[in-house]
Design a protein around this ligand. Structure first.
Ligand code: GRF
Length: 201
């Protein structure tokens, strides 16, 4: 019997994407969750992971101030101890240094709430509205040293509707994130990097 692909998930907040990833890793799935790790000990997602029976850990980034290298050294301890084959960033809001990213080259994924390469960074929904875009969406990509710029592994689109606010659009996009990320993770864990393109909901 082949060993399951070991997946660690990094979160900063509520962890709704993390929950969808964990729930998707059912018995017939090629991967299994081995750790949920947060940079915020009070992140609501940690309780949700515990309730799903996944080991959790947290390393508070605040005591490290601007010293990202020291924070990442502390973050690596529980992460490497879990021996992940794949690392999924799911609403993890700390920008990782190139050195950290290089440790997981080709096996670290991130979900971003825009149709990359459009709108890397923050406030993606407001920027799509300000630009008068007809559609928005989300992207799962491989993490590289360039923020939100790694090879695309999946995308899903949603229409921008009349009267949309950043909140209403964000909710519609989040719904697609919850479908896209599990679909990409399954394919990635099977060794297939062909991008997943989900039809509009
Ligand atoms: C998601 O929209 C994700 O794309 C972005 O942060 C949000 C996190 O949501 N990076 P959750 O913590 O997974 O609910």
């Amino acid at each position: 019997m082949t060993e399951k692909v070991r997946v660690a998930i990094l979160i900063s907040g509520g962890g709704s994407n993390m929950v969808k990833l964990v729930e998707s890793m059912s018995a017939d799935h090629p991967a299994k969750p081995v750790l949920v790790l947060s940079n915020d000990p009070a992140a609501a997602g940690l309780d949700r992971a515990r309730a799903l029976g996944v080991p959790v850990a947290s390393v508070d980034h605040r005591p490290f101030g601007k010293d990202r290298a020291m924070f990442e050294t502390a973050l690596l301890a529980p992460l490497l101890a879990a021996q992940p084959d794949v690392v999924c960033l799911a609403g993890f809001m700390r920008v990782l240094t190139p050195g950290f990213v290089a440790r997981f080259a080709g096996r670290m994924l991130n979900i971003h709430p825009s149709l990359l390469p459009k709108y890397p960074g923050l406030h993606t929904h407001q920027r799509a509205l300000d630009a008068g875009d007809a559609e928005a969406g989300c992207t799962v990509h491989e993490v590289t040293a360039d923020l939100d710029a790694g090879p695309i592994l999946g995308q899903a689109r949603v229409p921008v509707l009349p009267g949309d606010t950043a909140d209403t659009l964000s909710a519609r996009v989040l719904g697609m994130e919850h479908r896209l990320y599990p679909a990409v993770l399954r394919r990635f864990a099977e060794g297939d990097r062909t991008p997943v393109l989900l039809p509009a909901a």
